[in-house]
Design a protein around this ligand. Structure first.
Ligand code: ADP
Length: 474
């Protein structure tokens, strides 16, 4: 189903949605294209003036209602997410909570879109700065965080007074439909939020990019696709937000507790089976503590249980599709061919019915060198590649030696070192002895080729606001 102008719409064609853990078909979804994409923009454009004219308090109330209903439905949403995306139920519950946080945070923040007055050098002049919604926004969201990536965009857009057209990833349309049911039921006015489902993302994306009524384009996904979209958005000077790939370094210094750091890494790296843009992809450990770190890491990773996310004790879900398993396998093989050491895992998982899904064993590799693909490519899989280093002096150069710049992590108990390194890392998000530096209240986003703009926090609202200066002779 699509949701356009307050109505649920079917298409003649459908596409299939499967459970990546079992290969079972769990739904058929309307397969839209250019026609629905254009209808959605028309609806969002028609709804814009009256939605922007609502008071901030009215818009806040709608977001608050959506948060309330979402919270009531959180268990159903989590179970749907596990079936459609594969992550373990506990992780799905965490994501639903995180996703709901954006609705609540922006329900509050909607009331704090402040302007400014500025003193003028002319005695009879006054300056006033007002903030206004940018207009119709188009959003394209990914499958790895299928609900929170929707609320992280819709929350601030609605708080600002924008209307939106959204295309979820073709792997996870059911989560998106469940969210739009909530938006519909809480009475968000027709045309304010619209969703088009498609198995041809480019077709829908192109319509939105070419339509000059769409004033902002917000995308979360791969750097490759993000670059294409951003370059097209330039043609009619749309505002652009891009939350793209990452290649996070995770640096463990010799003054840190190696056991604590290894536990942190094992939780963070394997979250969502490594399918996260902030997942640590290059793990640097100082030589004197490397052995203890690797021992703890390997023991913990070897004990992880892969399977369907609804099974008790499962912490590793499937990868999203066969191509993702192939990519991880190629990276691991390439590393082993070039001299990496396999400490655990390293192969596809086929036993006990896992062959029906897309499973790869949680893997630890050491002796990683810069000529290996895994050293340079984003992994998006359950592989922890470890590099031993000697000296703090060149660690910043190593960590920064990537086109990406999203998240970076360091473990140290030396406060001067923590400051030095955090300041020198060219990444948008830094975790210091912290494996979860994210929150609806905090800005999330990357430097360099990891993105443009920030989502979350009050900065995330700015992305949906234009600044207007009024000069006034009195
Ligand atoms: P991932 O590697 O996370 O699948 P993608 O960038 O391929 O990353 O997908 C993220 C989102 O971008 C999905 O909603 C997908 O449908 C969409 N997408 C992929 N290619 C295009 C394209 N050429 N134009 C518009 N959207 C696209």
């Amino acid at each position: 189903m699509h949701y356009i102008d307050g109505s649920w719409i079917e298409s003649a064609n459908t596409f299939e949605v499967t459970n990546p853990a079992t290969g079972e078909t769990i739904g058929q979804v309307a397969d839209g294209g250019a026609v629905e994409a254009a209808q959605a923009v028309a609806a969002a454009n028609k709804a814009f003036a009256s939605f922007a004219a609502l008071t901030a308090y009215d818009r806040s109330a709608l977001l608050y209602k959506a948060w309330t209903l979402m919270t009531e439905r959180s268990e159903d949403l989590a179970r749907l997410m596990t079936a459609e995306q594969g992550k373990p139920l506990k992780a799905a519950r965490n994501e639903v909570k995180y996703a709901a946080d954006f609705l609540l945070w922006y329900a509050e923040e909607a009331k704090r879109v402040y302007g400014e007055t500025i003193p003028s050098a002319r005695a009879n002049q006054r300056f006033m700065v007002m903030r206004q919604p940018v207009g119709v926004c188009a959003a394209i969201t990914p499958w790895n965080y299928p609900i929170s990536m929707i609320t992280r965009k819709i929350g601030p857009a609605l708080a600002a007074g924008c209307t939106m057209v959204l295309k979820p990833a073709e792997q996870t349309p059911l989560c998106a439909i469940a969210m739009f049911k909530i938006f519909d039921e809480v009475g968000i006015p027709a045309g304010v939020v619209n969703m088009v489902n498609t198995s041809s993302p480019e077709e829908v994306g192109n319509v939105w990019l070419q339509d000059s009524r769409v004033r902002k384009f917000t995308f979360t996904g791969s750097t490759e696709v993000g670059k294409q979209l951003a370059s097209q958005a330039v043609s009619n000077v749309k505002r652009v937000s891009m939350e793209l790939g990452g290649h996070a370094p995770f640096i463990v210094f010799d003054d840190a507790d190696p056991v604590h750091a290894a536990k942190g890494l094992s939780l963070l790296k394997f979250l969502n089976t490594g399918q996260a843009c902030i997942s640590p992809n290059r793990i640097y450990v100082q030589r004197t503590i490397a052995e203890e770190f690797l021992q703890t890491l390997t023991t913990r990773v070897a004990a992880m249980q892969a399977g369907e996310g609804t099974t008790d004790g499962v912490t590793i879900g499937p990868l999203v599709d066969t191509a993702s398993v192939d990519k991880v396998e190629r990276q691991v093989q390439d590393a082993l061919d070039k001299g990496a050491k396999l400490l655990t895992g390293g192969q596809r998982l086929n036993e006990g019915g896992l062959d029906k899904g897309h499973f790869f064993a949680p893997t630890v590799l050491s002796d990683i060198t810069p000529d290996m693909r895994i050293h340079n490519e984003e992994t998006f899989g359950p592989v922890a590649p470890v590099i031993v280093f000697d000296d703090e002096r060149d660690i910043l150069d190593k960590a920064n030696d990537t086109a990406y710049g999203l998240a970076a992590y360091l473990y140290t108990d030396d406060i001067s070192r923590a400051w030095r390194i955090a300041e020198g890392l060219r990444f948008g998000i830094i975790g210091i002895n912290d494996i979860n530096p994210t929150s609806a209240a905090a800005p999330f986003g990357g430097m360099n080729e990891s993105g443009l703009g920030r989502e979350g926090g009050h900065v995330g609202l700015d992305e949906y606001l234009d600044t207007k200066l009024v000069g006034w002779t009195v």
